[in-house]
Structures are given as C-alpha cells and as structure tokens.
Design a protein. Structure first.
Length: 601
C-alpha cells in the first residue's frame, strides 16, 4: 500500500501528495474513516482523487493510501433483488447496521458472506473431468450453476482475464461436486493453482469481453404500444427518453422495467428524487412478471444514487450498473438497464470537472462529455458470450434537458450514440396523453431490423404501422388548416382522417400505467388493435367515397368501442377481438351496401 497525505480539499475532489507509485484509477482510502476514492488524474507530485463518500470534516494532512487496484464490483449469486449505492455498497445491510443515515466509511459486503448457495456442477464437464480429460480452463467456461432466485439461475463461469484476454489458463484440475458453500467457496481449481470462486471481482470501468457482436433483430418487447409498434427497441439496443420536467420519463422507465421481456433489469436511480426509488421498492415486490409468474423483484437489481447522496458516486454508478448487467449477459441473459437520469449524471461530471479546474466546454460541461456518454452506451449490445451462448444488454437512458430544450449538450450528444429516440412532448403531457411520446419527433432505427420478428406475430405489422404513421402525418397537416378555419370547412374524407387519427391516439397510443388491463399490452394484442383501427378507417373511407356523410360513421357505436378495446379486452382474449371485428365489419358493410345501391339507382 502506498501512503500519502491530503494537501487540498475541494468538496469530493482532493489532492494528495506521496502517492507516487499509484496508478490512474486506483482506489484510494482517505482519512481515518478510510473513505473510498479513485485517482482520476496524476500530476508530477500530486494525485487528484475523487471521493465517493461524504468527506465533511476531512482535514489537510489526513492520510491517503492507494490500494493498488481499480474500483471493482463483486460479481456472483446474490446480486438480484439487492439495492446498492453507486459503489456497490448494499444499502439494506448498511441500514440494519447504522440506521437510516448511513455513515461515511461504512462498508458492508456487496454479497452476503455467510449465505450458502447450493452449487451444481455442469454434468457434461463433471463427466469429462472425472474421465481424466484435460479440459482447458478458458474464460467463459461454465463450471456449474446456482439457483439465485426462482426466476434466475446464476451460472458460475471462469472469469475473463482482465489483462490477458481469454487465453486458457491451465486445465481444470478439480471441479467441486454438488455441495453448498458461500460466495468465497471454490467451484474449481486449475493445474496452475488458480481457484475459481462463486464470486469474482471485476473493474467497473473495463467492459467485459465477449466473442463478437450479433445483429439487433429481436425486439425488446415492452408491452407499451407506442414503443413496440411505432418506435421499437431491439434487445441489445440503445434508447433515450428525453423530456422536460414531469413529462413522464420515470413512469415510462418504470413501465418498461416492469413489463419488458428481459431476464434481468438493472435500474439505476441516478441523481433523481429518493421517492422515485421508493416507488420501485414498494411496488416491484408485489408485481408479478407476466412471463415467469414470479415477483418482479426476483429479476431486478437496484442502484440508488439519489440527489442527496454524494455526487462522485453518481458519476461511477452507471459503470457499476453496466458491469452488473454485463455479468448476467455473459451467462446468456437478456438484460435491460434503465438509467434515470443521464442528465443528472452529466451534471455530476460537470461539478467534478469544475472542482478539478478543467477547461469547460459547452454550458460548463467538460470537453470529454461525449466520450463518456459514448463509453457508456457502447457497452450495450447483443453478443456471443465467451461461453458460446447469446446474451444482450439494452440501455434506456432518461435525459432531462433544462426547460425541455432538446438542443442542449446532453440531449444532442446522446442523440449521436443512441438509435432510438422517444421524445416526450410537453403538450401531450399537459393534455394528459400518456405516455407523452411524440409520434412526430421520435424515431427508431431498429424498425427495419425487427420487422421479421413482428411479421411472425402478424404479417401485417409493417403495413399497418406505416399506414398509421402516414395517417398521423396527414392529420398533423390538416390540424394546421383546422386551426385557421375550423374543422367544418373540411370535406368529409379529410374529417375522417381527423377522426381516425383520434382513434389511433386515444385507442392505441395512449396507455394508462394505472389501469389493470391497459398497463401491459401483449405483442399480439398490439397489432390486432392497430389492424382493427386501420380496417375501420379503410372501410369508413370507402363509405364516404360512396357518398355516405361522416355523421353516419360518427354515430356508429363501434367507434367508441374501438377506442376502449385497449382496456376492456384482456391480452389473451382473442375471441373478444374477433367478435368485435365481426360486428364492425357487419355495420360498416351494411352502410357501404346501402350507399352502393343508392349509387346504382
Ligand atoms: N403512462 C402513464 N400513465 C399514467 N400517468 C402517467 C404516465 N406517465 C406519466 N404519468 C403522470 O405524469 C406524472 C409525472 O411523471 P414522471 O414522474 O414520470 O415524470 P418525469 O419526467 O420523470 O419527471 P421529473 O422531471 O420530475 O423526473 C406522473 O406522476 C403521472 O401522474
Ligand atoms: Mg423522473
């Protein structure tokens, strides 16, 4: 351990002398309380250290000791269902130790050191080792499994070599039989003496290696119609939700975290209000995952770095989160990360940079803001894991531009690295149209890639999607005219466009997160709903062309029903939708027939 002395303190940034031999990004323990910090810059005689805990009371001359290793997280069974702070301290365990106000310097074990897990060796591997085969100890090799929760089986793997890539590190000399042990128990040993334990450390700033990137053709089904059908996200994709104050960023992220078809959710509450994390804590354990039938907390990891917690830990929390996500990806899981909000994270970066007296760039953010954003989003992706399976990390970052102005630096830079943009609209939020995702300003570059997946749900997907988007564009143009001269001056076929666009907005795009049925919409129901709405529009347009006045359409009872199907028909009730379709066809065909006969006469 290299020891030095603190020479200057500026909030969470301190300078220390005498740390000569320490490396960049080494962890440093500062003062009597041994506060955790990280060397972020090295100068000739001084090291600049970013301290992750409250350093109130720290004095010049206090000791600073480098541990000689980078900031790392402990990866192993027991992560799921735990709430951590930005540097992987378990908040619940610390709360039991020191009460609601955590003391600086409190540690806590990231994984419970006493809990025993039941390890089951991989049967094929066990047979090979028992037969005396020389199995190379390559990174990613699955040694066995541990049942972590009812929904998640944690694979115990040979970790990638941090520096040495994935070269074989000897051969497996011993594999543990089925037995129970703690996270520090040994699952296998190599002939070179390396012990592979249930839990392993990994430095947060280093992406975990994989065997190659795969395409983005499987969507992350979120159960939110405007997202899945209009602006889909792929598994392994990157999306941003920008929106002004109170437009629904957190609600949208909660909805995705609850219902998306990922195996594991990592929810990073980054600089937002504490009560938003409380909502997750109180709600998730009671919610049931529609796929596994188990509590949602059994697939969720929370990282809480709320606005009242140390700012430096907020900076590192997103790396901690993405590293935990990569660990599950490497087991072959699909992981989704919610980061709320990346703007608060960028503000932490700005504050730290200011205290380090760096030259500011746009709006005071450091010049490396885009690089850091890129580093974060680049860790997403669908990959072939070192163990040969397929896993993915999808990242969904909320952005809170001040005043809802999307031209500010964080939104603009984020746009360069994401491929899916769910722009929240103030007017929609004011009109209580939720989710307030604008169908004009949002986009998704994954729509083409996920097309073949959706076409298995319904061959009509791409066609109805495009038709609905076109109709909404047409409505936007007409709305300009309506603002000038009112709707009555428009001919009936154009007023039908307004009517059908309204049905799309109310009956399809709007989705109430508090409604028992509407909160989650299955992919099959999503396309069916839109198909019904577009069929209604087509048939109504034919009637109008034949001379039927619009009033004949608006007075049909099916029009109201169509808008309400989203919350009246359950996801699996395909019969009810077919029944409605029959009824709708009958009434519109009847109308069409009567005008056709009139035309012939
Ligand atoms: N999908 C939805 N269904 C119903 N209500 C919603 C929905 N989305 C947002 N709301 C309403 O909007 C309010 C604000 O949403 P939310 O807290 O998500 O906004 P935010 O953008 O995260 O705000 P902040 O900038 O303060 O973080 C919610 O309390 C809720 O009443
Ligand atoms: Mg919020």
């Amino acid at each position: 351990m290299i020891s030095g002395k603190v020479t200057r303190i500026s909030g969470p940034i301190i300078r220390a002398r005498g740390l000569g031999g320490a490396g960049l990004f080494d962890v440093v323990e500062v003062g009597e309380k041994r506060l955790i910090g990280e060397i972020v810059r090295l100068e000739k005689e001084e090291a600049i250290v970013q301290v992750y805990e409250d350093d109130t009371g720290l004095m010049i001359g206090a000791g600073a000791a480098s541990t000689g290793r980078p900031l790392s997280v402990l990866l192993g069974p027991g992560l799921i269902g735990t709430i951590y702070d930005g540097i992987q301290r378990p908040l619940e365990a610390l709360y039991k130790e020191s009460g609601a106000f955590m003391e600086a310097g409190g540690r806590g074990d990231p994984l419970d050191p006493d809990k025993e897990w039941s390890f089951i060796p991989d049967p094929a591997l066990a047979a090979r080792v028992a037969a005396g085969e020389k199995v190379p100890a390559v990174s990613g090799l699955v040694l066995g499994t541990v049942k972590e929760t009812e929904s998640i089986t944690c694979k115990i793997m040979i970790p990638p070599g941090v520096a040495g890539g994935n070269k074989a590190r000897g051969i497996i000399a011993w594999l543990s039989p089925a037995s129970s042990f703690t996270v520090s128990g040994v699952a296998a040993r190599t002939d070179l003496g390396e012990e592979i334990k249930l839990a392993q450390w990994w430095p947060v700033r280093v992406p975990r290696p994989n065997a190659g990137r795969l395409g983005a053709e499987t969507p992350l089904a979120t159960g939110q119609r405007v997202i899945d059908v209009f602006f889909p996200l792929s598994k392994g994709g990157v999306a941003a939700i920008p929106g002004g104050f109170g437009t629904g960023k957190t609600m949208t992220q909660h909805a995705i975290a609850k219902w998306c078809d990922a195996d594991v959710i990592v929810y990073i509450g980054c600089g937002e209000r504490g009560n938003e994390m409380t909502d997750v804590l109180t709600e998730f354990p009671h919610l049931i995952d529609p796929r596994s039938g188990r509590s949602l907390m059994e697939r969720t990891i929370l990282i809480a770095n709320t606005s009242n917690m140390p700012v430096a830990a907020r900076e590192v929390s997103i790396y901690t989160g993405v590293t935990l996500a990569e660990f599950y990806r490497d087991m072959g899981c699909h992981v989704a990360i919610m980061a709320d909000s990346t703007s608060r994270w960028a503000e932490a970066l700005r504050e730290l940079s200011g205290r380090m007296e760096e030259m500011p760039a746009e709006e005071g953010f450091p010049a490396y803001l885009p690089t850091r954003l890129a580093e974060f989003y680049e860790r997403a992706g669908r990959v072939q894991t070192l163990g040969g399976s397929e896993g993915s990390v999808s990242i969904i970052g909320a952005v809170s531009p001040p005043g809802g102005d999307f031209s500010e630096p964080v939104t603009q830079h984020t746009k360069r690295f994401i491929r899916c943009f769910w722009a929240l609209d103030r007017d929609l939020a004011n009109a209580r149209h939720y989710p307030a995702i604008s169908w004009i300003d949002s986009y998704s570059e994954y729509a083409e890639e996920v097309k073949s997946w959706w076409e298995k749900v319904s061959p009509q997907w791409a066609a109805v999607r495009q038709a609905a988007l076109d109709l909404l564009k047409k409505e936007q143009r007409l709305a300009e005219i309506v603002r000038l001269i009112g709707p009555d001056a428009l001919p009936d076929d154009q007023r039908l466009v307004l009517l059908s666009a309204d049905i799309i907005k109310n009956g399809f795009l709007q989705q109430n997160s508090f409604d028992e049925i509407d909160m989650y919409c299955s992919p099959a129901k999503q396309v069916r709903l839109l198909e019904l709405i577009m069929e209604f529009h087509e048939r109504a347009a034919t009637c109008i062309k034949l001379g039927a006045p619009l009033i004949k359409i608006t007075s049909l009872s099916i029009r109201e029903e169509l808008s309400r199907l989203k919350s009246t028909v359950k996801n699996d009730d395909t019969e009810a939708l077919s029944g409605f379709e029959q009824g709708m066809r009958t009434s519109l065909e009847e109308l069409e027939r009567s005008y056709r006969t009139k035309e012939m006469l």
